[in-house]
Design a protein. Structure first.
Length: 132
């Protein structure tokens, strides 16, 4: 016995608004990337649960590294920081625990083929997705 489909069913929906929002988001991302490139300013996120950093394209260029799709483990990041400045960089988490949410400090980074260069991050801590 052979079965033969005699009816198809499905649904469709208008995704025009979703596509418009996706285009606007992509345009905003392109503008941000261009502004960071022009100003030679990068941005980053730190995922405390995985101890991983995600960098913007410009921050990869500032550090003189090839951009990656995946994040950068914190310990690998520290390998690019001058050893005398490790404690300064690690202090961000301590400041967060003390209730401080903004920071500004200088530290030295080791770029390939160069001596140490100074880097001055300014930023704030944002807590998102607190879970167990």
């Amino acid at each position: 016995m052979r079965w033969q489909a005699n009816r198809n069913s499905g649904h469709s929906r208008d995704i025009t608004e979703r596509r418009r929002i996706e285009r606007e988001l992509k345009n905003s991302e392109l503008q941000l990337n261009e502004a960071q490139r022009i100003a030679h300013v990068g941005s980053w996120e730190f995922e405390a649960a995985t101890q991983e950093l995600r960098w913007s394209g410009e921050l990869w260029r500032i550090f003189g590294l090839e951009a990656r799709e995946f994040g950068l483990p914190f310990e690998e990041f520290l390998s690019f920081v001058h050893p005398d400045d490790h404690e300064i960089v690690k202090s961000i988490e301590q400041k967060y625990r003390q209730g401080l949410t903004e920071f500004c400090y200088d530290y030295r980074i080791n770029r390939p083929m160069e001596q140490f260069a100074y880097y001055a991050p300014v930023g704030g801590l944002f807590v998102m997705g607190l879970g167990s």
